[in-house]
Structure formats: C-alpha cells, structure tokens
Design a protein around this ligand. Structure first.
Ligand code: 5GP
Length: 131
C-alpha cells in the first residue's frame, strides 16, 4: 500500500504544498513543532533515507537547501534546523524547522495547532520566497 506521503504527492490527500521538482516534494507538517515546519521528501517511496542512492540523497539535500533559504526569509528565526527521524511515516523525509534555540528541535514538546487557513497562509509566504 502506498505511504501517506505518496498519497499526498499524488494529490489523493490534501497538503499545504511548498514546492516540487521531478524527484522531490515539500509541504508543511500537519502537526508542526514551529511555525513553518516543512517536510522535504523524495517522490520515490523509500522508507529509510540512507537507502536512497547517493544521487537521490544529493538532489534531496539541494532541494531542502532551496526551501530552507525561502523559509529563512519568511519566518523570523535564527536559522533553519534540519533533522531526520522517520519513526512514524515509512517514507523518507527531512524535517526543516525554524529555530531560535536547541529546544525548538525537541520532538518531545507539544505540537502547535493551526487551522487549515493559517497553515495555507504560511505556505503561501514560503512559496513566494522560493528563488
Ligand atoms: P517522523 O516519521 O519523522 O517521526 O514524523 C512524521 C511527521 O509527519 C510528523 O511530524 C507528522 O506530523 C507528519 N505527518 C504525518 N502524517 C501527515 C499528513 O498526513 N500530512 C502532513 N502534512 N504531515 C503529516
């Protein structure tokens, strides 16, 4: 069965899309740790990120770099933190999170709550800052 992220890529499940290329896709995390928390994924459904081919991983990182640059100009923060966990969804994904201190990357913290409209407003801002 297709992963929930493959179904998002295919448009079967809605998301707040940020950008896509032939091989990569970025969208807002539905349960964000911070405003503007983005997930960057390969379109090819691979569970463990280090099972991607070197070229796929390099392409994903370059794509993440572009999204992080747009996030940084949009969301007030010191920098964009990056982490990979992957214990919940078996489709490789990079978390990009606007941070001001190390605790902002603490996945044990309660998640933020936004309405669909609020999430889409954040997505529009990040999308429009992509170069
Ligand atoms: P991890 O697998 O890295 O532990 O976490 C998976 C992440 O995917 C979580 O932060 C969770 O909020 C996010 N997530 C899970 N299901 C969905 C979904 O249907 N839509 C979106 N946008 N994010 C999701």
């Amino acid at each position: 069965m297709a992963s929930i992220f493959t179904r998002i890529i295919n448009g079967e499940i809605p998301c707040n899309k940020i950008a896509e290329t032939n091989n990569c896709f970025a969208f807002l995390d539905i349960n964000p740790l911070a405003t503007g928390h983005v997930l960057v994924i390969p379109k090819r459904e691979v569970d463990y990120i280090f099972d991607l081919a070197d070229s796929e991983l390099a392409e994903l990182m370059a794509f993440a770099k572009k999204i992080a640059a747009a996030m940084r100009t949009t969301v007030p923060c010191k920098r964009i933190g990056m982490t990979v966990i992957g214990l919940e969804v078996p489709h490789a994904h990079i978390h990009l999170i606007p941070i001001n201190n190390v605790d902002d990357m603490n996945f044990g913290k309660p998640k933020l709550r936004f309405t669909g409209e609020e999430l889409e407003l954040i997505a529009i801002k990040i999308r429009s800052a992509i170069k």
